[in-house]
Design a protein around this ligand. Structure first.
Ligand code: 1CP
Length: 344
């Protein structure tokens, strides 16, 4: 059966514009909180294919989105490269051994050896595919090498990125070596996700905006394109979504062999359509905080629909849903997207 979502990623005609929400499996759902409590902690949940499958399917059943996104985290990649990941309550992710120099980089596990350790992800994908309705797509994902490297170098989330940037300007060779090593693992990791059964790939460059525009291609985009080229050469039927967050000035320089460009909420959809709409299907881009109000949600969905028309678009938020959004409002967003874009 052809999946509306996959068809839409390739710019084919669909009965309506499909919709999903970034971070749709998560803390705003009481059903997620229950499974997470049973798992004990967040990483246990990622490591348990049965539970990860269950929370992946929740938003499809409860909210009615057209695609599921694999429940996992971008940071399982550096974790399996040998870095020691912890999720600290109230603080977020932490690596106790950030990379400071070349010898620490060399100690990290690379290539197929690291990608082969993520077996629990591939198991989760297989379980999801057994249970997901045939007309719904499963999105697999990775962090962009740059976004992953920010955590590997800083050891945690950061507002200033000062340690990464010190490396960028004083030892760019080392930063490139880190990015290249992560890129090799990500290529094989995404290949194994595809072999396990995902229908679509999304690459999250959540911290794209930390890089000055003239350096963005060198330190992030070209590595994302390298991953896309590798996957497209082997799996042309799998659509690839690129999501670099918060870099409207880069729209003029976007290039690469991928299918969908994810527009974040700070970038006007009209601008994205003008610059990229002929070359890529566009995804996005409602400001996620509009989900606090049903009226504000409907207004935005209608505005986006007016700009994008009924093809070459996938509805989504312009970044992740927040934990205190009422489930009713998330449902409202999804049904409004489907309503305004239905063709008959
Ligand atoms: O308490 C909890 O239950 C943990 C919260 C949580 C969840 C639900 C984290 C911790 N990760 C996730 C799941 C997750 N992470 C998914 C699958 C769920 C879905 O999308 O439906 C995905 C795709 C991610 C990806 C991810 N993790 C990104 C990129 C996406 C984005 O939002 O920009 C990033 C940056 C991370 C790192 C991360 N994971 C979790 C936290 C708290 C953080 C740090 C964020 C920060 O540094 O600000």
């Amino acid at each position: 059966m052809s999946k509306i979502f996959v068809d839409a990623c390739f710019g084919k005609e669909t009965p309506y514009t499909p919709v999903w929400m970034m971070r749709q499996a998560g803390r705003y759902l009481p059903e997620y909180m229950k499974v997470r409590a049973e798992a004990g902690n967040f990483l246990n949940l990622c490591h348990d294919p049965k539970k990860a499958c269950e929370v992946t399917l929740q938003p499809v059943d409860i909210v009615g989105v057209d695609a599921a996104i694999l429940f996992s985290d971008i940071l399982v990649i550096p974790d399996e490269m040998g870095m020691d990941l912890e999720f600290i309550k109230g603080e977020g992710p932490k690596f106790n051994d950030p990379i400071k120099d070349e010898s620490e980089l060399e100690r990290l596990i690379g290539g197929d050896e690291a990608a082969s350790k993520l077996t629990y992800v591939y198991e989760t994908i297989k379980l999801i595919k057994e249970q997901l309705a045939e007309d719904k797509a499963l999105i697999g994902f990775t962090g962009a090498p740059w976004t992953l490297a920010t955590y590997m170098i800083e050891g945690q989330g950061t507002k200033t990125y000062n340690i990464c940037k010190k490396m960028m300007y004083s030892n760019p060779e080392l930063l490139h070596k880190i990015l290249a090593k992560v890129t090799e693992v990500v290529k094989l990791y995404m290949e194994k996700q595809i072999e396990a059964g995902i229908d679509v790939v999304q690459i999250f460059d959540s911290w794209a905006a930390a890089i000055e525009p003239s350096k963005y291609d060198e330190f992030s985009w070209k590595y994302m394109v390298e991953i896309a080229d590798y996957l497209k050469a082997k799996y042309p039927h799998i659509p690839i979504i690129m999501f670099p967050k918060g870099i409207p000035s880069f729209l003029d320089s976007v290039y690469g062999n991928f299918d969908v460009f994810g527009v974040d909420w700070s970038t006007p959809m009209t601008l994205a359509k003008e610059k990229l709409g002929d070359r890529y299907v566009l995804q996005g881009n409602m400001e996620p905080c509009r989900l606090y109000s049903k009226e504000a949600t409907t207004t935005s969905v209608e505005e986006i629909q007016n700009i994008m028309g009924t093809s070459r678009h996938i509805f989504n938020l312009g970044h992740g849903i927040l934990p205190d959004v009422p489930v009713e409002n998330a449902k409202h967003f999804v049904s409004e997207c489907q309503r305004v874009s239905r063709k008959s």
